[in-house]
Design a protein around this ligand. Structure first.
Ligand SMILES: NC(=O)c1ccc[n+]([C@@H]2O[C@H](COP(=O)([O-])OP(=O)(O)OC[C@H]3O[C@@H](n4cnc5c(N)ncnc54)[C@H](O)[C@@H]3O)[C@@H](O)[C@H]2O)c1
Ligand SMILES: CC(C)(O)[C@@H](O)C(=O)O
Ligand SMILES: [Mg+2]
Ligand SMILES: [Mg+2]
Length: 352
């Protein structure tokens, strides 16, 4: 494992170069990897493993849309696609990729099939860390570890097809066989990770829940909405407000940040913009920091996990989520965005 310096702190990272796919294939050659669940991570991880030559099967409820999707994706009923319980029986590695709330419901069935020497794989520290809420306590004679891709399963698959890998965290909770490390790293490479960063279950779930509620998803929408609403209230048009809040960020400036950092993006803007950004960023940091403190506390005390379990366990949770997503989609800001996006060259309808 490589030791790399992250801004003054040394950390352990596993790279594809030091742990090539051929090594992962060799280590996993006698394993049957059962991917349970075919939602967002399921397809990305199962397809990448299939393309990487791993013996992978999918376990999914029959007569469901996702069963049909698995068939369309090339998994063959009775050969590589099974009802969940049969896949659990056949798998030597169980990739538990149901939604975090659904993992609770199915746990007694999964546990039944976790015979000695098998491995239980998660993509989140949720179930194990919040065991008082989930009841997920694995038997002592199985390996338990996680590979958590730091991005959507959709990106995991897209980046794999582009020949790139997505960064993932990995952690070992229980090493019953003495092979947990080689198994987890092999699986991490096989599912399409570029680099594997070491963590533990608790840190993974605390940082992940904070990130998605914070800058990655919750906070970003909140900041967009706040600026858009102020611009609109001062008489700016929807298109001007949207362009100045979202479109320029995603299309022009964030790619520069991704390429070479914030100072590089700043340096490619006017000195007027740089002066203003350098003057204002700390004020925004100070204004939002108490909210981040509150958020972390809510994660650490188990309030966020309980809320997720309570809402996602209801039979109509999908309908409710869809309604909330529709509210976002139908807001003036995102409707303006739809029109702005339609003007991009790739979205122009070419007349015959
Ligand atoms: N979505 C992501 O891109 C992403 C990224 C990193 C980690 N993760 C983690 O990966 C895991 C899977 O997440 P996901 O977003 O792919 O899940 P998901 O919400 O898409 O659900 C996965 C599957 O669970 C099935 N399911 C739901 N309820 C069920 C039940 N009661 N019985 C049987 N099947 C049921 C669904 O049909 C679906 O196929 C979670 O631990 C999540 O935190 C997800
Ligand atoms: C893709 C995310 C946000 O990183 C993941 O954590 C999830 O829960 O879907
Ligand atoms: Mg998450
Ligand atoms: Mg995440």
């Amino acid at each position: 494992m490589a030791k790399l310096n992250f801004g003054g702190t040394e950390e352990t990272v596993v790279t594809r170069e030091e742990f090539p796919l051929s090594k992962a294939q060799e280590i996993l050659k006698n394993e049957t990897v059962a991917v349970i669940g075919y939602g967002v991570q399921g397809p990305g991880q199962a397809l990448n493993q299939k393309d990487n030559g791993i013996n992978v099967i999918v376990g999914q409820r029959k007569n469901s849309k996702t069963w049909d999707k698995a068939v369309r994706d090339g998994f063959v009923p009775g050969e590589t696609l099974f009802e969940i319980e049969e896949a659990l029986e056949r798998g030597t590695v169980i990739c538990y990729l149901l939604s975090d709330a659904a993992q609770i419901e199915l746990w007694p069935t999964v546990k039944k099939h976790l015979t000695a020497g098998k491995a239980l794989y998660f993509s989140h520290g949720f179930g194990i860390t919040f065991k008082e809420q989930t009841g997920i306590i694995p038997p002592a004679d199985v390996d338990v570890f996680l590979v958590a891709p730091k991005g959507s399963g959709t990106s995991l698959r897209r980046m794999f097809l582009e020949g790139r890998g997505l960064n993932s965290s990995f952690a070992i909770f229980q090493d019953a066989t003495g092979r947990a490390f080689e198994r987890v790293i092999s699986l991490g490479i096989a599912v399409g990770s570029g680099y594997l960063f070491e963590t533990d279950f608790r840190k993974e779930v605390f940082s992940d829940l904070t990130g998605e509620r914070g800058t990655l998803m919750g906070c970003i929408q909140g900041i967009f909405a706040a600026q858009y609403e102020v611009l609109r209230s001062k008489g700016h048009s929807p298109s001007e407000s949207f362009n100045e809040t979202v479109e320029e960020l995603t299309q022009s400036l964030m790619p520069l940040v991704a390429e070479n950092g914030m100072d590089w993006m700043y340096a490619n803007c006017s000195t007027t913009a740089q002066r203003g950004a350098l003057d204002w960023w700390k004020k925004f940091r100070d204004a939002t920091k108490p909210v981040f403190e509150e958020l972390y506390e809510s994660v650490a005390t188990g309030k966020e996990s309980q809320r997720s379990i309570d809402s996602n366990s209801q039979p109509d949770y999908r309908v409710k989520l869809d309604a909330e997503l529709a509210e976002l989609r139908d807001s003036e800001m995102w409707q303006s965005g739809k029109t702005v996006r339609s003007l991009r060259p790739e979205n122009q309808v070419v007349e015959a």
